[in-house]
Ligand binder design. Structure first.
Ligand SMILES: Cc1cc2nc3c(=O)[nH]c(=O)nc-3n(C[C@H](O)[C@H](O)[C@H](O)COP(=O)(O)OP(=O)(O)OC[C@H]3O[C@@H](n4cnc5c(N)ncnc54)[C@H](O)[C@@H]3O)c2cc1C
Length: 416
């Protein structure tokens, strides 16, 4: 069994699909090593185990909407595309989505997955409760009232337990319009990135760091909050007249509708449509998140590295993520800029440039995306997260024998 990108084969010795929470509790309590698999979209070994893999696809498929509390309770294995369609049918929405709707809710929140938008937190910020099976087999439900346990568990890297269900805050459905702009001058971005990032509900810049212009800006606005006419000019960029794919030369067929046409939130917030392969399909990814006030300086560093990284890159996406309160969230207490790199499938070469990028971005406090390729280990990461040691202690408390641990967690958390 491989991950979505096909760059790694999992080493588990079996895959079990429990049909009830009780069956899952049995499996977990008697296992020596066990991990949940989501939709397998991570690029590193975070989801791997030498023991048993569990898929939760048979646990509770229909989301339960609470119209009074404005929450939805979903199985952790549900993907955002299916959840979005259900919410939309009932007149509700999530505040934001990642670039693709294919990923599972539990897998996404565990790694701090995010979309873009200066006021939009990561997908984990919609979580109001999680239900997880601890190493002992006990089922617990955690909410913000549980304080530290909740703040540790929501972006929990799969280290605290196996999530059966998640409750998410919802809001009334809304419409989004999406417009791509071309050739945004780098000078405008380096002078005042905030002005550009804040000019829309969700703004993404796509570049390979070469040249004097950024080839594409994807701007998503809330239909009810913004005049219908497409601006002639977006900070020096011009509106595209045909739909575009963020990767040069690829057909826009698998992308969500553009050209400023209003549509439901779930059909515009992701860049890619559920029924198609997202992005390129044959690629690797890395991403670094750092405080937005350093955006200009950090982007300058990557521009200086464009000769080194350009030949390995398909494209890079620059986004924003609002601060949150989850201990291991890359946006913990920082309003961030996120520098995402979509690499060609050349893992050895990519891994050789990651330490160079990390050294350049280190002065700005860059934290890597937990689900993508990065070089840092626990010693490098500990200083970036004020509650790193507390999280480790919490993981040991929830999982004293280390059955949810794997080589990845040993490297990035425990340094074994
Ligand atoms: C084409 C593409 C585009 C992407 N775009 C974005 C983007 O826009 N923004 C972004 O931030 N990221 C993005 N990513 C990265 C991706 O969203 C994350 O890696 C996310 O974690 C994938 O979720 P998953 O369900 O596939 O998790 P998996 O890879 O299956 O698992 C991830 C981790 O979650 C754990 N896990 C899964 N299910 C459970 C559960 N039920 N209980 C406990 N732990 C669980 C696993 O054990 C593992 O530790 C993209 C990835 C791809 C391939």
């Amino acid at each position: 069994m491989k991950n979505w990108a096909g760059n790694l084969e999992y080493r588990s010795n079996s895959l079990l699909s429990p049909r009830s929470t009780e069956e899952l509790q049995e499996i977990v309590s008697s296992a020596i090593a066990v991990k949940a698999l989501g939709s397998r979209h991570c690029f590193n070994t975070i989801a791997d185990t030498h023991g048993i893999h569990v898929s939760l696809e048979n646990l509770g498929a229909v989301p339960e909407i609470d119209t009074v509390q404005r929450t939805v309770r979903v199985a952790g294995s549900l993907n955002y595309g299916t959840l979005g369609a259900h919410l939309e049918k009932h007149g509700f929405a999530l505040p934001n989505l990642a670039s693709l709707p294919h990923i599972s809710v539990a897998g996404a929140i565990q790694t701090g997955t995010h979309g873009s938008g200066i006021a939009n937190g990561s997908l984990a910020t919609a979580v109001t409760a999680i239900e997880l099976v601890r190493a002992s087999g006990a089922l617990v439900r955690l909410t913000a009232d549980d304080g530290d346990d909740f703040r540790a568990a929501v972006v929990g890297l799969g280290a605290l337990g196996i999530i059966t269900h998640v409750e998410l805050a919802i809001e009334p459905s809304f419409q989004i319009r999406q417009q791509v702009f071309q050739d945004l001058p780098w000078s405008r971005v380096l002078d005042d990135y905030d002005a550009i990032a804040a000019d829309g509900y969700s703004v993404s810049l796509f570049t390979d760091y070469s040249g004097s212009n950024i080839p594409q800006v994807w701007r998503k606005v809330r239909h009810e909050q913004s005049p219908l006419a497409t601006p002639e000019d977006f900070h020096g960029a011009r509106p595209a007249t045909v739909p575009l794919h963020p990767l040069p030369g690829m057909s826009a067929e698998n992308c969500t509708p553009q050209l400023n046409v209003p549509g439901a939130w779930l059909d515009r917030l992701p860049h890619f449509q559920l029924q198609f392969t997202p992005s390129n399909g044959n690629e690797l990814q890395s991403e670094y998140l750092l405080p937005r006030e350093h955006a200009g300086a950090a982007l300058g560093e990557l521009r200086e590295l464009s000769g080194l990284i350009g030949p390995l890159l398909f494209i890079s996406e620059i986004r924003t993520v609002a601060a949150d309160d989850f201990w291991l969230s890359p946006s913990y207490h920082h309003d961030n800029v996120a520098l995402h790199l979509t690499w060609k499938p050349l893992q050895e070469q990519v891994e050789s440039v990651l330490p160079v990028i990390e050294e350049r971005l280190s002065p700005y406090g860059a934290r890597p995306h937990w689900g993508k390729l990065f070089a840092s280990n626990a010693a490098d990461l500990a200083g970036l997260y004020p509650h790193f040691g507390d999280f480790r202690a919490m993981a040991e408390h929830y999982d004293p024998t280390g059955k949810f641990r794997n080589d990845y967690l040993n490297k990035v958390l425990f340094n074994h």
